[in-house]
Write a protein of this length. Structure first.
Length: 443
């Protein structure tokens, strides 16, 4: 009883990542999503009995065990060492940003991921690219987006700090355009789901193995539920979610603000650091206990080049790796990843430069800290990339990493900007403070 097994092992234990790979893997196509939770559809007939002895959904699911060592052996011929615990196996790391001005400006962190995806279309003959976009009819809600050209990708070229069922969107490609070559971006659980699916001797497994040809990964501190975004719009934006016509998470001058457009023609900005603090109340157990900043299983992984975009949001400045402003750190892992990066640079899509991995990334530090807390909690948590590995650090309250700058606490009221648009008055109040780096680089 496959779905019943999935429910017992993953759903009831709160280990579902909402990645959507179960929907893609299901051979009878009877799994769909109710919000963030997979459910059996009416087409299942007699419920779990429709599954028979099939358990493809559980076999592909990364929620309980991503099986990282198995994937590393297939991809790299070895597993990671202890000092590679959070970064994984990689060939080189470089700083990067888009050369195209429109892409660079639209991006949150320089456009490295979008540039790589664009280059894969040209170099690898990719027909379809999966990225995170917005739901039709609900402009603030995250939803998968399928693009067929480099130009289409620009609209989704930002981080999206919201969970949404994702990989199931590839079911449409597999059924309607089965010969398509697919590239995708995703966070750790998305990449792990695809890699597990590619090992299965099933229709979906074989298709994913042959047709998902390029995978780019965003470093992820944690996601937030749709309710987290909705509450942020209400509480910090001061508008009704159903009035929102467009939402961007890192819009404007680096590091960007949450920018909300409404149906009456107004625009409201919420400082990124305030949104980060607000999001903290809407996380899932699986996200908070996750053992991966990067899965390390993509062809290329990308993190924000700025190690502390929370602080950059407070101060309005950032400089790291000797570079001021937004850019990404690109971790090349596979030969295919190296091939696409070379093409992106050679064709003028991206510029790159050598960097050293020095200094703290606060998004990673928060991730490690939370993982250490959960490892000692006695709760059921997902397997990490190194079996038996336990974080040896003094766990701290997460609040310490995203402490609000005291001088701005009294300036939390919202008002109207001088240009007639609505805005958070804190947007011009950039003083010192501590914080975290975000979910990673822009796509």
């Amino acid at each position: 009883m496959g779905f019943d097994e999935l429910r017992t092992a993953v759903l009831d234990t709160r280990l579902c990542t909402s990645c959507g790979v179960c929907e893609l893997a299901c051979p009878k196509e009877v799994i769909a999503f109710d919000g963030l939770e997979p459910v059996l559809t009416a087409a299942a007939g007699l419920g779990d009995e429709a599954c028979g002895d099939c358990h493809d959904c559980l076999d592909a699911c990364p929620g309980l065990d991503p099986r990282t060592p198995d994937a590393e052996l297939r991809l790299f011929g070895r597993v990671r060492e202890a000092d590679e615990r959070w970064i994984g196996v990689y060939r080189e790391v470089v700083g990067a940003r888009a050369r195209d001005g429109r892409l660079f400006e639209a991006s949150a962190s320089g456009g490295s991921i979008t540039g790589l995806l664009q280059a894969s279309i040209d170099r690898l003959g990719v027909d379809t690219v999966l990225t995170m976009g917005r739901a039709a009819g609900t402009a603030w809600r995250a939803a998968p987006s399928l693009s067929e050209s480099a130009a289409e990708l620009v609209e989704t070229t930002q981080s999206t700090y919201q969970l949404a069922p994702y990989l199931g969107a590839l079911r449409t490609v597999m059924r309607q355009r089965p010969e398509s070559r697919v590239a995708m971006s995703g966070i750790a659980c998305h990449v792990q789901g695809v890699r597990k699916l590619q090992t299965l001797d099933t229709e979906a497994g074989r298709w994913a193995r042959e047709h998902v040809v390029f995978v780019v990964e965003l470093a992820c501190s944690s996601g937030t539920t749709p309710r987290g975004t909705e509450a942020m719009i209400e509480d910090l934006g001061g508008v009704a979610p159903d009035s929102v016509t467009r939402l961007r998470y890192r819009e404007g001058e680096y590091p960007g603000n949450i920018r909300i457009w409404t149906d009456d023609g107004t625009r409201r900005d919420v400082q990124f650091w305030k949104a980060v603090r607000h999001f903290a109340g809407n996380k899932t157990h699986r996200c908070l206990s996750c053992g991966d900043w990067m899965s390390g299983l993509a062809d290329v992984s990308v993190s924000d080049g700025d190690p502390n975009i929370f602080a950059a949001s407070v101060t309005g400045t950032a400089s790291v790796d000797g570079v001021a402003g937004k850019h990404g750190r690109v971790f090349v892992r596979t030969e295919r990843g190296a091939e696409v990066l070379r093409h992106a640079v050679g064709s003028g899509v991206l510029e790159t430069w050598p960097i050293d991995l020095v200094g703290m990334n606060l998004g990673l530090e928060r991730k490690r800290n939370r993982r250490a807390t959960y490892e000692r909690s006695g709760q059921l948590i997902p397997a990490g990339p190194i079996p038996g590995f336990v974080e040896e650090l003094e766990a701290r309250p997460d609040e310490e990493f995203i402490a609000a700058p005291v001088p701005t606490l009294a300036a939390g009221a919202s008002g109207r900007n001088g240009d007639g648009t609505n805005g958070d008055v804190g947007n011009s109040d950039r003083r010192n403070g501590n914080g975290r780096a975000g979910n990673g680089a822009a796509r």
